[in-house]
Design a protein. Structure first.
Length: 1033
């Protein structure tokens, strides 16, 4: 019976939407467009670029260029070939963005553009479904390919929403397989799309699963609520003008240890374009281009890069000045821009001194210059900064624009005679660049009381807050746990932070205000007391080891001084000596800090230069590297992106934006990471509440942090739900058994769950939710109290999904990241074989042997026996269906009827097992039938296609039917071509040959039509196997 929705229905929906967007739509089975057809798109199936369409497009777009030059350009496009798909893809992307420079006589070169970016309608947009590609004997058909000017820029893989096992991640895996089997198609790819008709996401050829993102708005203003995700994505991304804009301006190749191709998320795309529009208007008006507030961790730096890339194209060779207020931030942002310099069409430069900055800004045009705002401070005794340029095509991009330094306000430093006045840096920026436009980017909102920031930059241009980021999967939630009470410190040992206290920055600690310096010293003395440091070290070690027992990842410890960093490191090493290694590239734990030769001797091993600090940072970012814990004071607290970092231990007084930026280090998305955790030893809870108040008053949706108690409450709720499912079954007996006996208890527990219809699915769903909440709660005492039970539930669920085939692919990420909670001492981490655990010996050669079936019959757990045998039979039938259409359908129908009768409770477990055993015997006997008739697997498949069970056909006799099968196999093998299923003429020819053979042997005429169609379907199945090298003759 046909399912309510088929994959082809989703395909039709996609083609319809693309047709409405103005794409020409060609069906992949339209013979006229196949190689050799009257309107052939290409010469053969090896070609992935539609050369004739490209030729016509180049002629239309580049009329001033000779045909010879255009033909050379086509050759350059087709010549992209190396042994590395990513290299090829990047090389093509450069041609897409910059056009081709073709050498010609008497001239240096002629520019040839592959696309007309200014006039989208001048380009040729085509959508083809089931586009066959053959490469190195591998034949694959992507569901839908979008060609622009004959070049395959977008590949779409679709799945059936009615198939529970075929979610979008199956579509993702299809892309991965096709990239391996037919890489030539993906050399030209810009965007990959996956959908199951319900969900839809987009990514690139290097994107991992969690980086395939939704596109949530069509017009950049309102979300596409009420519309299918695939429609919102296609109309939002594949609109003709927008697709060209995305391909040219919103894709970067970020080069680090390996190259990653990054596609703009929807919020980055719209923010960059809004910021560009605002900047163009501001240039002719008040020079205030606005503020972009994108919450930390949502890709703000990349948004800045996309914005800068478009800005460079739109203004007259502008100079872009990127400002930060700290050297380490300047370095980090500069490195990010440098890794993506191709989109900027130039190499960014860093101004390391005022003199160098002044020289760089005196040029007449161009340049992307990085510097710190402090370099705009005038020389001593001056209140004005000299004019560096009066050009109006200078744009100043201020990172973290909420900082107080960006203000205009004046301060009197010498109150007696008011002889010395200082201003906020914005005033000096305006002195130096009077006609520049200013735009601010921030990861935290501008406070209501802050009037200076809007005075410099203007109003919000775009907002992407915490709630949006979490809902979109751009960030994860942050949870907060106070551990002050756990330390059991005496009152005099607890640091006290008064309301006036503000953090001393690195510079202020040396040359700052004396009063503040004294307060800081007093607090630091209490915080760094040996007894307190010792207790914190013990707590961190125990806490983090418990965290690691559930979820692999990294931790960062933030201390208030370098001395405390070193002392805490030493205490931790005393507890865990094996965590220490003096080499930078080895060891579990490192201190990262700056310093000099005058610092104490015992600090020196932790003081490193910039390249060494970068190496440690890179190692920490690598989830596979043994470095798991960093101890820092200021380093890596802003602009540092380590997705596997899930825990931050905070022992430093922080507030406001600085606090918000620091805790955001743990909000990055990572496989299996349900949230980040902030562990507080200093007592910053009040500051977090204030930050929430400021955030809400600024219009932000969502909460910066959630109390860990909320996760604990959810965990306990789910624990009670799962526990109640074992009502009447003493699962706690498991823990009383010897370790070697526990594995045999698993089938009994599974049997209890399987007794009740629908309980299995509910158990799996609720256990998954429990394990997620547990991973957020560890090592809360209430979580540790139920750890073993949660582990038991997880073991039951894991065994079910692995052995009964109920796991959805979307669960793979979570299960791969969250470790087995039960320790190996409690239960082995190997996959539990439920037959072995139930005392049934599974033979190696055949799961369907008579001895095996007899033992299954005797299993005491009848419901488990049913589920397990059902899974084995489904697997066997799936294999049969790939070779023998009739037998596969027959067995599948028999199994389906038996299962329905059991589900409806018209038969009991014992009886259903008998029926399944009988079906297993039939399947086993079926494997021997070919040998009895002296027919190969392929020949017996055609034999079955002849409707041999029909009484009218049986009259012909086995020998005649056998001869028909032999002749059909031989004839069809010789007749099928690579594309015969798409060519009606070839199908008609084969259909005629089949009919002739049937008539030759006196096959009943009234049965001929049905038999012919069945034979053709069987031929399609077997021909596919022949193409994949599975010949069985």
């Amino acid at each position: 019976m046909r399912k309510a929705i088929a994959e082809s229905d989703v395909e039709e929906t996609v083609l319809t939407i693309l047709g409405r967007l103005g794409y020409e739509v060609i069906r992949g089975d339209n013979e006229a467009y196949l190689p050799g057809g009257a309107l052939a798109l290409r010469n053969d199936y090896k070609e992935v670029v539609l050369v004739e369409r490209l030729r016509q497009a180049l002629k239309r777009i580049n009329p001033e260029v000779s045909e010879e030059v255009r033909e050379q350009a086509i050759k350059e496009v087709l010549r992209i070939e190396s042994q590395n798909l990513i290299v090829d893809n990047e090389n093509f992307h450069k041609l897409l963005v910059n056009g081709l420079d073709i050498p010609v006589k008497d001239e240096r070169h002629k520019k040839v553009w592959l696309f007309d970016f200014q006039n989208p309608e001048e380009n040729d947009f085509l959508a083809v479904n089931q586009f066959t590609v053959i490469e190195d004997n591998n034949e694959r058909r992507p569901d839908v390919v979008l060609f622009v000017n004959g070049i395959p820029l977008v590949v779409i893989e679709l799945k059936n929403p009615a198939d529970e096992q075929a979610d979008i991640w199956k579509a993702y895996n299809d892309h991965q397989t096709k990239m391996e089997k037919i890489p030539s198609l993906f050399k030209y790819n810009e965007v990959l799309i996956i959908s199951d008709g319900l969900e839809a996401r987009a990514g690139t050829i290097t994107s991992e699963q969690e980086r395939f993102m939704q596109w949530k708005t069509i017009d950049g203003e309102k979300p596409g609520k009420g519309l299918p995700e695939i429609e919102v994505l296609l109309r939002g991304m594949c609109d003709k003008k927008r697709l060209l804009d995305i391909c040219r301006n919103f894709i970067v190749f970020e080069k680090d240890k390996e190259t990653r191709k990054k596609l703009s998320a929807y919020h980055q795309y719209w923010a960059a374009n809004k910021a560009l529009e605002s900047t163009i208007k501001a240039r002719k008006a008040n020079k205030k281009a606005g503020i972009v507030w994108h919450t930390q961790g949502s890709g703000k730096s990349l948004t800045m890069i996309f914005y800068a890339g478009k800005l460079i194209q739109e203004l007259d060779n502008p100079t872009i000045v990127v400002l930060t207020d700290r050297n380490d931030l300047d370095d980090q942002l500069f490195e990010t821009f440098a890794r993506c310099q191709d989109i900027l069409r130039q190499k960014p430069v860093q101004a390391n001194s005022r003199k160098e900055l002044q020289e760089l800004l005196k040029v007449s045009s161009g340049g992307v210059i990085f510097t710190t705002i402090q370099k705009f401070f005038p020389e001593q005794d001056r209140t004005k900064y000299p004019v560096l340029s009066e050009r109006d095509n200078i744009v100043v991009i201020a990172d973290e624009a909420h900082r107080s330094q960006y203000g205009f306000s004046a301060k009197v430093l010498n109150k007696k005679d008011k002889s010395l006045i200082t201003y906020g840096y914005a005033k000096y920026l305006r002195d130096a660049l009077p006609n520049a436009s200013f735009i601010g980017f921030t990861g935290t909102p501008i406070e209501k009381v802050d009037r200076s920031t809007p005075r410099v930059f203007g109003k919000y241009v775009d907002v992407y807050d915490i709630e949006q980021a979490v809902n979109d999967g751009a960030t994860v939630r942050i949870y907060y746990e106070s551990r002050l009470a756990k330390l059991e410190l005496k009152p005099e040992e607890r640091p006290k932070i008064d309301k006036e206290f503000e953090e001393v920055t690195e510079g202020e600690e040396v040359e700052g205000k004396e009063r503040l310096k004294r307060k800081w010293a007093q607090l630091e003395k209490v915080a760094g007391a040996p007894n307190r440091i010792k207790k914190i070290a013990e707590d961190i070690v125990n806490h983090f080891e418990e965290r690691l027992s559930v979820l692999d990842g990294k931790a960062m410890v933030v201390c208030m001084s370098r001395r405390i960093c070193v002392d805490l490191h030493n205490e931790i090493i005393k507890l865990r000596p094996n965590w220490y290694n003096e080499n930078d590239d080895k060891g579990f734990i490192k201190v990262v800090m700056t310093g000099s030769a005058s610092d104490p001797k015992e600090w020196q091993e932790h003081i490193r230069n910039k390249p060494r600090r970068k190496e440690i940072g890179d190692n920490f970012k690598d989830p596979k590297n043994e470095l798991k814990m960093l101890i820092v004071r200021d380093m890596f607290l802003t602009g540092f992106d380590a997705p596997s970092l899930h825990t931050m231990y905070l022992d430093k007084p922080m507030q406001g934006h600085t606090l918000m930026q620091a805790i955001a280090r743990v909000n990055r998305v990572y496989p299996g990471k349900e949230g980040g955790l902030i562990v507080d030893y200093m007592g910053v809870g009040a500051e977090l509440k204030k930050a929430l108040r400021d955030y809400t008053e600024s219009g932000g949706q969502g909460k910066p942090t959630f109390d860990q108690e909320q996760a604990v409450r959810i965990m306990l709720e789910k624990y009670e739900v799962v526990k109640d499912m074992f009502y009447g079954f003493n699962y706690k007996k498991f823990f009383e058994l010897k370790p070697e006996e526990r594995v045999y208890f698993i089938p009994e527990a599974m049997e209890h769950i399987l007794k009740e219809e629908g309980k299995k699915e509910r158990f799996e769903r609720e256990t998954t939710a429990l394990v997620k909440a547990f991973s957020l709660s560890v090592p809360h005492e209430k979580a540790m109290a139920i750890k073993e039970e949660v582990g038991f539930f997880q073991a039951i669920k894991s065994t079910m999904t692995k052995t009964l085939g109920t796991k959805k692919q979307s669960e793979d990420i979570l299960e791969g990241a969250i470790k087995q909670i039960l320790s190996k001492a409690v239960i082995s981490d190997r996959i539990i074989d439920i037959f072995e655990a139930a005392g049934v010996k599974k033979p190696e050669l055949s799961i369907l042997s008579e001895g095996f079936l007899a033992e299954v019959r005797e299993m005491p757990q009848k419901n488990l026996a049913f589920e397990a045998l059902k899974k084995l039979l489904m697997d066997e039938i799936k294999i049969i269906s790939k070779r023998n259409l009739v037998q596969g359908n027959s067995f599948a129908e028999m199994l389906d009827k038996t299962i329905k009768r059991y589900i409806n409770r018209t038969i009991e477990a014992a009886q259903v097992i008998e029926e399944l055993i009988e079906l297993a015997r039939k399947i086993r006997e079926e494997k021997n039938r070919g040998k009895l008739l002296n027919l190969s697997e392929d020949e017996i498949a055609f034999y079955d296609a002849l409707e041999v069970n029909d009484s009218a056909v049986k009259i012909l006799g086995d020998e005649t039917l056998r001869k028909i099968a032999l002749e059909l196999t031989e004839t069809i093998r010789k007749s099928v071509t690579i594309d015969w299923t798409q060519r009606e003429s070839v199908q008609a020819e084969i259909r005629l040959k089949v009919k002739r053979i049937l008539r030759k042997y006196g096959y009943p005429p009234d049965k001929e039509k049905k038999a012919t169609e069945t034979v053709l379907k069987q031929a399609e199945l077997i021909a596919k196997n022949w193409a994949e090298g599975m010949d069985n003759t």
